[in-house]
Design a protein around this ligand. Structure first.
Ligand code: ATP
Length: 631
C-alpha cells in the first residue's frame, strides 16, 4: 500500500473538487426515481381511464396501495425490521380523517355520542387528511418509544401487537368508530384525482427525500452492522424512531384516502387480511427500495383484482354438477391463497423482490458515482488531537457468567503513542476493547477519558468522545459503498456538514488509505485487505483521539502488513492519535509500539517497553504454554 501524503490541513480549505452539482448518488437516485415514477403513475392512471381499462375506484385504490406500500417500505426497508403493524396506522388514518369529513348530520346518526367539538365540524378532505396524518405520527411516536428499543423477531411481534391493539380499540371505541358496525356514506366525492395524485406525489417525495438524508444512511448502517454503527457514533434508536414515525404518517395518509375512495370502513378492513396484503406488496416488489414498493403495490393491485374476479366467477359454478354427480365446490379465499403462492414463487426466484435492492434510477442508468474520478487530487484528510489526552482503565473486570474474561486491568494510553496489547488466544484482548468502547459493560472497574468517568457511557457516546475502533472480524456496512461507510462517520463527527463537503472529506480518508479507486464499490465486494483498511478509514473519519485496533493485520500478506505499519506510524505522527494495538503479529508489535501490556487469562501479567516485555519470564511462559496447548 502506498500511503498518500497529507496535503491540506482540513476541509475548511477551499473545496477544490466541488465541481458540478452538490449532490451525492443517493440524492441523484432519489430525484431521478421520483421523476420517473410519479409521472409514470399519472400516465398509467390517465391511459387506463382514457381507454376504460380499469374503474376509477380500482385506479384510486391502486394509488392508495402505492402510498401505503411506500410508507411501510420506508421503515421496513431502511431498518430491516419487517413491520406487521402499519395497518394500525392505515386504520387510524381512515377513522380520524372520517371524523372530520363526515357531515354533522351523519355523525349525529352514526356516532351520536362522539364529542361535540368533532361532531360539529365538516372539513374538506385535504385538511382532514392533515389531521389524520398528524394523529398517526403522534400514535407512531408513542409506540415508537417501544419500537426503537426492539430488534429482529421482538420488533416484528411487537409491531403485530399494534395491529391487534388497534383492532380491538376500533371495535371498543364505539362512540368514535361505530364499533364492529361500518361507518358508511363517507363523502367519496371528495376523493378526486387532485387529492389522490397529489397525495401520491407527497408520499413519494417524502420517502425519496428521507432516503437521501444521512438518517437513512445511518439507519442502513444500523441494519447492516449495528455494533459497528454504534462504534462510529450512530445512535440507532433515534434513526429507527424517525423512520417509524414518518412511515406511520405516510401509511395514515393512505388510510385516510382509502376511507374516502371506498366510502365505507369497518375494523375488519384494518386487520389481518390488509396486513398480509401490505406485506406481500413490499416483499414482492423489493422492500429495500422505494421503487420496489411502488412496483409491488401496482402488481398486487392488479393481481388482487384478477384473483377477486376469478373467485367471483368460479362461485357462480358452485353447486353445479361437474362430473358423475360431483358438484363444483364453493371457492373461498382464492385471493389469499393466490397471494401466498405468488409470494412463495417470487421469494424462491428472487428473495430480494422483483426490483431487488436498487432504486429505479440505478436499474435504468449506470449507478451514479460518488467518488470523483480525480480522487488523487482530493485534499488530504487531517486533524490534530489537541491537548493532553489520556485514555485509562482502573481495575477493569468483566465476567461472562462464571468465566472471568478480564480481571482488574489497569492501563492507560496517551495521545501520540502506540501501545500494544498482546496475549495468547482467549486472553481477553477483544473483550477489553469491547468494554472500552461500550459494546460490553464492565462488571467492575472504571474507564476514563481525559479524567472524565466514561465507565457507563454508551458506545455511540464513547465514539463521539473520540474513541475510534476496528474489529477483529471485519464489520463494515455491507450494503453501503466504501465512500458511504466513511461518510457515516464524517456526518457523525460534523452533523451539519453539507453533502458535497462530506463526500470530499470522506474521500480524502479513502485517499489516505489508498482506497481512492474503491469509493463506489460496495464494501462487501472489496478485497479483504481493502476491507481492513476501509475500517481504519471509517474510524479515522471520526477524527478520534484514540484508535483501538483489533488485529488489523490479521489475514494480510507481508507487504500489506509492512504498509500498515507505515500507515499507523503516520497516523500517530501526523494526527497525534493514541493507538491501542491488539495484534498477534509480535514482530509488528515490537517494532511499532512504545509500550506493551500483556494479558493472560484476563489478567495483566506484564507491561513495559518491547525489550522489557520480550524478556519477561511470565510472558515467555504464557506464550510457551499456548504453544504447548496448541501441539
Ligand atoms: P483471541 O486472540 O483468540 O481473539 P482474545 O484475547 O481476544 O482472544 P476474548 O475474545 O476477549 O480473547 O475472550 C476472552 C475469553 O472470554 C475467552 O475465554 C472467550 O472464550 C470468552 N468469551 C469471549 N466472548 C464471550 C461471550 N460472549 N460469552 C462467553 N464467553 C466469552
Amino acid at each position: 500500500m502506498n500511503v498518500q501524503s497529507k496535503t491540506l490541513p482540513n476541509d475548511s480549505a477551499p473545496d477544490m473538487t466541488a465541481r458540478g452539482l452538490a449532490w451525492d448518488h443517493r440524492t441523484k437516485d432519489s430525484l431521478i426515481s421520483f421523476a420517473i415514477l410519479f409521472p409514470v403513475i399519472i400516465a398509467i392512471v390517465g391511459i387506463a381511464l382514457f381507454f376504460g381499462l380499469a374503474s376509477k375506484t380500482l385506479l384510486m385504490l391502486g394509488c392508495v396501495n402505492v402510498i401505503a406500500a411506500v410508507g411501510l417500505g420506508l421503515f421496513s426497508g431502511t431498518s430491516g425490521i419487517l413491520s406487521l403493524g402499519h395497518v394500525a396506522f392505515f386504520g387510524i388514518g381512515a377513522y380520524v380523517t372520517t371524523w372530520f369529513t363526515l357531515s354533522p348530520d351523519l355523525k349525529s346518526f352514526l356516532l351520536a355520542d362522539m364529542p361535540e367539538f368533532i361532531k360539529n365540524v365538516e372539513w374538506p378532505l385535504p385538511l382532514a387528511l392533515v389531521v389524520g396524518v398528524l394523529a398517526c405520527a403522534l400514535v407512531g411516536a408513542v409506540f415508537g418509544i417501544v419500537m426503537m428499543r426492539l430488534r429482529d423477531t421482538a420488533a416484528v411481534i411487537a409491531s403485530f401487537g399494534l395491529v391487534i391493539i388497534a383492532y380491538l380499540i376500533f371495535i371498543g371505541a364505539k362512540t368514535l368508530t361505530n364499533g364492529k358496525q361500518s361507518l358508511y356514506a363517507l363523502p367519496t366525492d371528495q376523493a378526486n384525482w387532485w387529492v389522490i395524485l397529489g397525495s401520491v406525489g407527497v408520499a413519494l417525495g417524502a420517502a425519496f427525500y428521507l432516503k437521501a438524508t444521512k438518517y437513512s444512511r445511518h439507519l442502513e448502517a444500523v441494519r447492516d452492522e449495528e455494533q459497528a454503527a454504534r462504534s462510529v457514533g450512530i445512535e440507532p434508536q433515534i434513526n429507527i424512531f424517525i423512520f417509524w414515525v414518518a412511515s406511520a404518517a405516510i401509511v395514515g395518509l393512505a388510510g385516510g384516502l382509502y376511507a374516502h375512495v371506498v366510502g365505507v370502513i369497518s375494523p375488519n378492513g384494518f386487520y389481518l387480511e390488509k396486513t398480509f396484503a401490505l406485506v406481500v406488496m413490499i416483499i414482492l416488489g423489493g422492500y429495500r427500495a422505494i421503487s420496489g414498493c411502488v412496483v409491488g403495490a401496482v402488481v398486487i393491485t392488479i393481481a388482487e383484482e384478477i384473483f377477486r374476479k376469478t373467485e367471483e366467477h368460479l362461485s357462480t359454478f358452485a353447486g353445479t354438477e361437474l362430473i358423475w354427480g360431483i358438484e363444483f365446490p364453493m371457492v373461498f379465499g382464492l385471493t389469499a391463497i393466490s397471494f401466498s403462492i405468488l409470494i412463495l414463487i417470487v421469494l424462491y426466484l428472487r428473495p430480494e423482490g422483483v426490483l431487488g435492492y436498487r432504486e429505479l434510477a440505478t436499474m435504468l442508468f449506470a449507478p451514479q458515482a460518488d467518488a470523483d474520478p480525480q480522487d488523487g487530487t482530493a485534499p488530504g484528510a487531517a486533524f490534530k488531537v489537541q491537548g493532553d489526552n489520556k485514555l485509562a482503565t482502573e481495575g477493569l473486570s468483566k465476567s461472562y457468567g462464571g468465566l472471568q474474561a478480564l480481571s482488574d486491568v489497569t492501563l492507560h494510553v496517551d495521545a501520540g503513542e502506540i501501545v500494544g496489547l498482546i496475549g495468547p488466544n482467549g486472553a481477553g484482548k477483544t473483550t477489553f476493547i469491547n468494554v472500552l468502547t461500550g459494546i460490553l459493560f464492565a462488571t467492575s472497574g472504571k474507564i476514563s477519558i481525559n479524567h472524565s468517568d466514561a465507565t457507563l457511557w454508551s458506545a455511540h457516546r464513547l465514539a463521539r468522545a473520540g474513541l475510534g475502533r476496528t474489529y477483529q472480524n471485519i464489520r463494515l456496512f455491507s450494503s453501503l459503498t466504501a465512500l458511504e461507510n466513511v461518510i457515516c462517520a464524517v456526518t457523525v463527527k460534523t452533523p451539519g456538514i453539507g453533502r458535497r463537503q462530506a463526500q470530499v472529506r470522506a474521500r480524502s480518508w479513502l485517499v489516505l488509505l489508498n482506497l481512492q479507486d474503491k469509493g463506489d464499490t460496495l464494501s462487501c465486494n472489496l478485497a479483504y485487505g481493502d476491507q481492513r483498511r476501509l475500517e481504519i478509514a471509517r474510524a479515522l473519519a471520526l477524527e478520534p483521539n484514540f484508535l483501538l485496533l483489533d488485529e488489523p493485520a490479521a489475514g494480510m500478506n507481508a507487504q500489506e502488513t509492512q504498509d500498515l505499519k507505515i500507515l499507523l506510524q503516520k497516523i500517530v505522527d501526523d494526527f497525534g492519535v493514541g493507538v491501542l494495538l491488539v495484534e498477534h503479529d509480535l514482530k509488528m508489535v515490537m517494532e511499532l509500539c512504545h509500550r506493551i501490556y500483556v494479558l493472560n487469562k484476563g489478567e495483566l501479567i506484564a507491561n513495559g517497553t518491547p525489550k522489557e516485555v520480550s524478556a519477561n519470564a511470565h510472558v515467555i511462559e504464557a506464550y510457551v504454554g499456548e504453544d504447548e496447548e496448541d501441539t
